[in-house]
Ligand binder design. Structure first.
Ligand SMILES: Cc1ncc(COP(=O)(O)O)c(C=O)c1O
Length: 395
């Protein structure tokens, strides 16, 4: 009856099941919803912008209203990145941007190369399009850098199994490692993509949450290379801490004939859905301006919680807290004395504490834990106290 694009009911993992059956209140150190994180910002001025009476008229444009695309271009220009509104396509979210780019680039059964470790939602998005993900490794020993040779190995594996490679994804900065791709790495990847005829999708939702820039780090891939087709993704969910408003975007670049064809086809996909509401598009200039303040408050929160975490594990030489390079998460590396799943289930059972195991993000080996740095400071501090206590069990 059903297609294989959705999982069978009841296929949730052990942790989700344990969480559902947990009898007590859980302190959630995986929470990444900025609208419930008690940030010291008042959303009412942003929400008031949605009441523009012009929102009462429906006059759709497939790639998004020009005024809204100009607002996104201005957002990039403010960050020193030139962006032509004609190369922007609005979507309801970054997740939708992925799905449109998969439709654009990959036929069912074809392969998309994805980094490991990285953002876990890609599996679901790929399954929904009937495409195959093939992982390329980000080496831990080289601060999770993107090596074109490892991407090429993954492409070879895909080809050997009879699959055309349609695209490679980079998450820049990466979730959860917070690491960025360098100009040299992007250059090598673009050459590979141009040679082998696949596109690059660069997920840049954490663009505004960089704390530790290395010279030469790429911020917006679509502004840095035109050798291959490159699509940079961003959106209000992270940049303005407004995920509930549902507006994301794609900035495209590439060699001219290919780019024009890509934009025309993307417009056709966008026209089939017209999924971005008029009120949010009309409000976009003001929302992005408001979002600058919200992102600032969020950065303060992330830095403060990260400092709490570092301090808590200062006298624990066997636990390494990753530096806060970028993003909303911190990664803890632990000795592999207890399997990650058992550890996370034990923390839930004994400490009423929820953290993510590294395998959720495809870390190459055990043991890693990932915590969100978004919770209110007092909640985070209490969570870290429980984590330290829970980890003491094997120390
Ligand atoms: C790397 C990355 N990309 C995309 C998304 C999804 O963003 P959106 O809410 O715009 O779909 C997330 C959400 O956490 C993310 O971490």
């Amino acid at each position: 009856m059903f297609s294989t694009r959705t999982p069978a009911p009841g296929a949730e993992n052990r942790l989700t099941r344990a969480l559902g059956a947990h009898p007590r209140t859980v302190l959630d150190l995986t929470a990444t919803n900025p609208t419930t994180a008690r940030l010291p910002v008042d959303p009412s001025p942003a929400l008031a912008l949605l009441a523009n009476p012009r929102g009462g008229v429906y006059s759709p444009e497939s790639c998004g209203l020009l005024s809204a695309r100009k607002a996104v271009a201005a957002y990039y220009e403010k960050r020193g990145v030139p962006a032509d509104p004609a190369r922007l396509v609005l979507t309801a979210s970054t997740s939708e941007a992925y799905s449109w780019l998969f439709k654009l680039l990959a036929a069912p059964g074809e392969a998309v190369l994805v980094p490991a470790p990285s953002y876990p939602l890609l599996d679901a998005l790929a399954a929904l399009e009937g495409i195959e993900l093939v992982r390329y490794r980000l080496p831990a020993e080289d601060r999770w850098a993107v090596h074109a040779s490892l991407v090429a190995d993954a492409a070879d594996r895909a080809t050997a199994s009879g699959r055309r490679v349609a695209a490679a994804i980079v998450v820049n900065p990466n979730n959860p490692t917070g690491t960025s791709i360098s100009g040299a790495e992007l250059g090598a990847l673009s050459s590979l993509a141009a040679r082998r005829g696949f596109g690059i999708v660069s997920d840049e939702v954490f663009l505004d949450y960089r704390f530790e820039g290395r010279p030469g780090d790429v911020r917006v891939a679509a502004a840095e290379t035109e050798e291959a087709l490159v699509f940079s993704l961003g959106g209000l969910s992270k940049s303005a801490a407004l995920p509930q408003l549902k507006l994301g975007w794609i900035l495209a670049s590439g060699p001219v004939p290919l780019l024009s064809a890509a934009l025309e086809r993307l417009a056709w996909i966008a026209d089939s859905f017209l999924s971005v509401g008029s009120p949010v598009q009309l409000a976009l200039p003001g929302l992005l301006a408001w979002g600058d303040g919200a992102a600032g408050a969020l950065r303060t929160r992330l830095l403060s919680n990260h400092a709490t975490l570092v301090e808590a594990f200062q006298s624990a030489p066997d636990v390494t807290v990753s530096p806060l390079s970028a993003g909303w998460s911190a990664v803890l590396r632990l000795p592999a004395v207890e399997p990650e799943e058992a550890l996370v289930l034990r923390l839930l059972e004994q400490e009423d504490l929820l953290v993510h195991p590294g395998y959720f993000f495809d870390f190459p080996r055990e043991a890693f834990l990932v915590v969100s740095l978004l919770p209110p400071e007092e909640t985070f501090r209490e969570g870290v106290t429980r984590l330290v206590r829970g980890l003491r069990a094997w120390r």
